[in-house]
Design a protein around this ligand. Structure first.
Ligand SMILES: C[S@@+](CC[C@H](N)C(=O)[O-])C[C@H]1O[C@@H](n2cnc3c(N)ncnc32)[C@H](O)[C@@H]1O
Length: 262
């Protein structure tokens, strides 16, 4: 068993990383660029797999995440580095890599996701592979339908329009395929693996660490009146008929840069 296996208690990053690793073709001595690296899922695992003959650079825009990753690393796996870099504006002197990976990354490629993928592809060696994951369009659809139904009952037109726009902003698997294709990658694989997020009614949903940390906050932003938002969401949380099972779509985008002809 690898010493740096993915953390089993993590119910979000780890299942996404597992889907990423299903598509990633790693080899001993590979050089890897990991974008939106966070505190090292799956960079530590990947670094162990490529061994001391390889190089892994994991970048994140958050200095806090980089500090956390470095403190987990201490002096281990010295061929793995964590640096604070914005993946949307890679330094021109960054070399090309055998593999580029990004777990839970594509949603942060805003505002122009295709441009970011093109920028990453420019740092992929000919014959190299890129594998990215993100929660694609369809994620938590049953919950959004339930929220929309509650908004409709109350005649909240503006809030419904904002919710619709929020949902539509999530990229689809098909869009992802077009971006990889447009960036000149081939042997493209696009897959979606459903992931059930366990929750119960009431406070369990409203204070769910994953949902409240991002997804539900975005719903609250659809409201000018936060007391009304609380009321709507309380109502939703108490009647989860048709909402459960709550499913995310783990979307994997994988493709290869054509090898250069000699
Ligand atoms: C959902 S976390 C994923 C982290 C890690 N890959 C994992 O699977 O746990 C997304 C990470 O992307 C980082 N991020 C967001 N925008 C970024 C950007 N423009 N450049 C680099 N990292 C970014 C965030 O700081 C955060 O750590």
């Amino acid at each position: 068993m690898p010493r740096w296996s993915l953390p089993q208690h993590d119910y979000w990053s780890t299942p996404f990383a597992e889907s990423l690793l299903r598509h990633l073709d790693l080899f001993l001595g590979a050089t890897v660029l990991d974008v939106a690296g966070g505190h090292g899922i799956p960079a530590f695992y990947v670094a162990e797999q490529v061994g001391s003959g390889g190089q892994v650079l994991s970048i994140d825009v958050s200095a806090g995440q980089v500090t956390r990753a470095r403190s987990i690393q201490s002096s281990q796996l010295p061929w793995l580095r964590f640096e604070c870099v914005d993946m949307r504006a890679l330094p021109a002197d960054l070399p090309a890599y055998d593999r580029i990976i990004g777990n839970l990354s594509v949603m942060f490629f805003r505002p122009n996701r295709f441009e970011v993928i093109q920028g990453l592809a420019a740092h992929l060696k000919p014959g190299g592979q890129m594998v990215l994951t993100f929660p694609s369009l369809g994620t938590f659809d049953s919950l959004w339908r339930r929220v929309d139904q509650e908004m409709a009952t109350l005649g909240l037109l503006t809030e419904r329009r904002r919710l619709e726009a929020y949902i539509a902003e999530r990229p689809s698997a098909e869009e992802g395929r077009e971006w990889l294709d447009g960036a000149g990658l081939h042997r493209i694989e696009v897959a979606e693996y459903p992931l059930e997020v366990a929750t119960g009614p009431g406070q369990e949903l409203l204070h769910h660490p994953l949902l409240r940390g991002g997804f539900l906050d975005d719903v609250f932003e659809c409201f000018d009146d936060q007391l009304l938002a609380e009321r709507v969401m309380k109502q939703v949380s108490e009647d989860l008929d048709g909402v459960l099972p709550l499913l995310a779509q783990r979307c994997v985008l994988a493709g290869w840069k054509p090898a250069s002809r000699t």
